[in-house]
Design a protein around this ligand. Structure first.
Ligand code: UD1
Length: 367
């Protein structure tokens, strides 16, 4: 059986790693990795392949950046050619980025079966490009690989047939479980002169937070206030860096440790020993939940509500609420508490094995 994974952006590479390992262990599968080129900087792409022990992609489609329409269309066109060339039995797509929907559409139109890893997440926010990608991809896919029960329920509510759905668990957590021992040994906080448990780690890159100049200025003010109380480390995504520079706001973050995007293991190490995380990333809402680290998500909604109901995540849509939440002392969870490791069903480090079994042996796992 030939399985072709299509990946393009940073979070895709993390989810790919455990799936690649699980497929490689089966021995009856040829796994081909196709990189669309949506992310191309080493800090967002190459470093992830080397740290996650992924082989170099067999193909790189080199699409680069562009408007949503241009980027999605370029991926669609180039993926179609690769699908025709390689004729895989399955195309596997991951998450909710433009590469996900374009890869799925190219395959389904050629009659190639599509599997979607991380199916069923919904924010209900139709202004998010990721929400368009999630809904479209799920309705194209033949196999919906859901990370949680609420995701299964979303798919059923939209009328998707039960026999397409498998509740496999969360591959982001598989990657985290595999990385933790090495990441902890790195002691990334201490190496940066920070005391474990005493600093805030920030990532913000969503258009809703960084593309509106007024909102961005307010966020910068909030981060500066927070940095007056505890050290703040902020790895800057290229989109956020560009917006800060365009608005002349970088100097107002003089008290914040602004750093380049971090490699995966260093990031895991810093998340693991942070006092709290401030973010708009999806993956970090899950990782902090698993690790029991308080997470403040700067958004009005989340496609991962289980991280709020069962985990350590809290939505803070306005900057005053953000500052108050930090200063009122978000604290880490004691072992065994809500949000501590093991709190969420099938976030257990074995999701990728279930995915491999679903793809290769049509196994069901019950939900
Ligand atoms: C994309 C995903 C988003 C995900 C994020 C993870 C979509 C619609 N969005 O957002 O869901 O959370 O990846 O990082 O797919 N750029 C570089 N170097 C690169 C790639 C991009 O400098 O290697 C810059 C370019 O100026 C580009 C901008 O970042 O225009 C945005 O990149 P793009 O891939 O369009 O979206 P992200 O914001 O990264």
């Amino acid at each position: 059986m030939r399985i072709m994974s299509v990946v393009g952006a940073r979070p895709n590479f993390i989810k790919l790693a455990p799936v690649h390992r699980a497929l490689a262990q089966r021995g009856d599968v040829e796994h081909v990795i196709v990189h669309t080129g949506q992310h191309y900087d080493d800090g967002l792409s190459g470093s992830f392949f080397s740290e996650l022990a992924l082989p170099a992609p067999q193909r790189n489609l080199g699409v680069g950046s562009g408007t949503h329409g241009k980027q999605t269309a370029a991926i669609l066109e180039r993926c179609e050619a690769v699908c025709q060339d390689l004729a895989p039995d399955w195309v596997v797509v991951y998450g909710d980025v433009n590469s996900t929907v374009a890869g799925a559409l190219a395959a389904v139109k050629l009659g190639i079966k599509v599997a979607h890893v991380e199916a069923g997440l919904r924010s209900g926010d139709r202004a998010m490009p990721e929400e368009h990608n999630r809904i479209l991809t799920d309705h194209l896919a033949d196999l919906l690989l859901a990370p949680s029960r609420d995701a299964v329920a979303n798919l059923l509510k939209e009328g998707l047939p039960p026999d397409r759905i498998r509740f496999v668990g969360n591959v982001m957590i598989d990657a985290l479980v595999a990385a933790l021992p090495t990441a902890r040994a790195l002691r990334a906080a201490e190496r940066r002169g920070l005391t474990a448990g005493s600093y805030a780690l920030v990532t913000l890159h969503r258009p809703s937070n960084v593309d509106d100049p007024q909102g961005l200025a307010e966020l910068v003010g909030a981060l500066d206030t927070i940095a007056g109380h505890l050290p703040v480390v902020f790895p800057l995504h290229p989109r956020a860096r560009r917006r800060l520079e365009e608005q002349g706001l970088t100097a107002r973050l003089a008290r914040v440790h602004l750093v380049e995007p971090l490699p995966y293991l260093e990031m895991v190490s810093l998340v693991d020993s942070a006092r709290l995380v401030i973010t708009d990333s999806g993956g970090l809402q899950e990782e902090t939940t698993f690790l029991g680290v308080p997470c403040l998500t700067v958004r009005a909604n989340t496609e991962r509500p289980i991280t709020v109901t069962h985990g350590t995540n809290r939505l803070v849509a306005d900057v005053r609420g953000l500052v108050a939440a930090v200063l009122n002392g978000a604290r880490r969870q004691p072992p065994g508490a809500r949000g501590a490791p093991g709190a969420i069903e099938r976030w257990d480090g074995h999701a990728a094995e279930r995915i491999a079994a679903a793809l290769c042996a049509n196994e069901h796992f019950g939900w």
